[in-house]
Design a protein around this ligand. Sequence first.
Ligand code: AMP
Ligand code: MG
Length: 501
Amino acid sequence: MLRNQLPQVNNRAMAKLEQLMFDNTYARLPDTFYERIAPTPFERPHLVHFNPEGAALIELDVDEAKRPEFVEYWCGKRCLPGSDPIAMLYAGHQFGIYVPQLGDGRAILLGEVRTSRGEKWDLHLKGAGLTRFSRDGDGRAVLRSTIREYLCGEALHGLGIPTTRSLCIIGSDEPVIRETVETGAMLVRLAPSHVRFGTFEVFYYRRQYEHLRLLADYVITHHFPHLARDPDRYVCLLYEVAERTGRLIAKWQAVGWAHGVMNTDNMSILGLTLDYGPFGFMDAFQPSFIPNHSDHHGRYAFQNQPDIGYWNIRAIAQALSPLMNPAEAHQAPEVYETAFSSHYAELMQAKLGLREVHEGDERLRRDLLAILHSNKVDYTLFFRALADFRQDDPQANEPLRAMFSDKSAFDWWAERYRARLKAERSVDTERKIGMHQCNPKYVLRTYLAHQAIQRARVQDYSELDRLLQLLRHPFDEQPEMDAYAAPPPEWAQHLVVSCSS
Ligand code: AMP
Ligand code: MG
């Protein structure tokens, strides 16, 4: 059937499952880059959740989710026509130590779909069973971690942060052993590419420089086509990766989010948030926030993320160094640092509602973070409420002041903030509109995800549904959803997230 005979939604052709147009570019690379392997299906799969926005990305007709075959295709029971399933090879630095072979130990790249817009999307099935790279693992993912990844990908996207996306979750009754016995699930993850820093590292450390070049050429052709004819294309690629990574981490810092496991195998070459594990949004502001219960030394604590980003850029620069002059590779961390710092400053300036840049702004910001920390003020709630700050009505600022146990600390800062706003003739009503567009009211707090998981365990997906709807529009008031903006209730104060998934 021709493209233009397919059903149209918003002038776009929407495909049936069997009509997805595969173009499996990665599977055409030499077979040392992957293992060709089919998923191991669940015996009794069921649909946990379907994301119409994910379907729109790959131009899949949303009604396809109602067909019984839908679940079978996305749990490996049936093979999508045109797909060519592979597990990708990669390595990586885990907690600072080089591990020579990792690879997709429980995820399978079913294939790559081309859309009429010319985009290409990896269909990646996480939890799909054993591969050559499974090491001691069981090849499975549990419902809990799958829901967390599904929700957070959509939540970060809603916040304007580059990330992998998802199409659906398939559940099962297959027992999977973690700290306790849980059930297996599969997540269909979508991204333009799943190439990681570690995909380059594996060829660098094996001294397979021809493969390294091939991979770099592949990434440039498909994802950085504007560099294809550049004589310095490998250097430019490295610097663009550094730039994107710097901007990405700036965005994480500005919303108060920690990835949890920033190993180089979890760093996307496209600068996307990738591989959601024990991540977390901070509630009360705490620079040493460690979302991963197993990260005893806090290597991946919130405040360390910018430095770890720098460390990781050094690792990718090292891996790409055979393709360039070493001095050029050495400059990549600086490119990262500049991109991070300038974007972070820009984002925080916007969060504070400041249009201009004045001397002393950085001090003002640092002092604010210091008092948020010492007063254990909720990060998200504070910035949202700051939009209501009134320059000439101290009474109106009482709710903000009430967030601080040390009122004098707030008064001290608020007076300086007031003077700073006056210095750029800020208009309260105008500033509020802008601040609401960059300070979310709703984020995926750990306890909210936890509640959705508890319900999903008894096959009630209503909370999952509600959260997904809510987090698509994190900057909107959504007054009927006010309760979801609240900091964690007493019972959830000490919820911990382990890295088992
Ligand atoms: P992660 O910590 O999820 O980023 O995974 C690190 C490495 O361990 C990757 O190579 C994964 O594919 C692999 N891995 C994680 N969990 C499992 C599992 N349950 N079975 C097999 N491999 C796994
Ligand atoms: Mg990973």
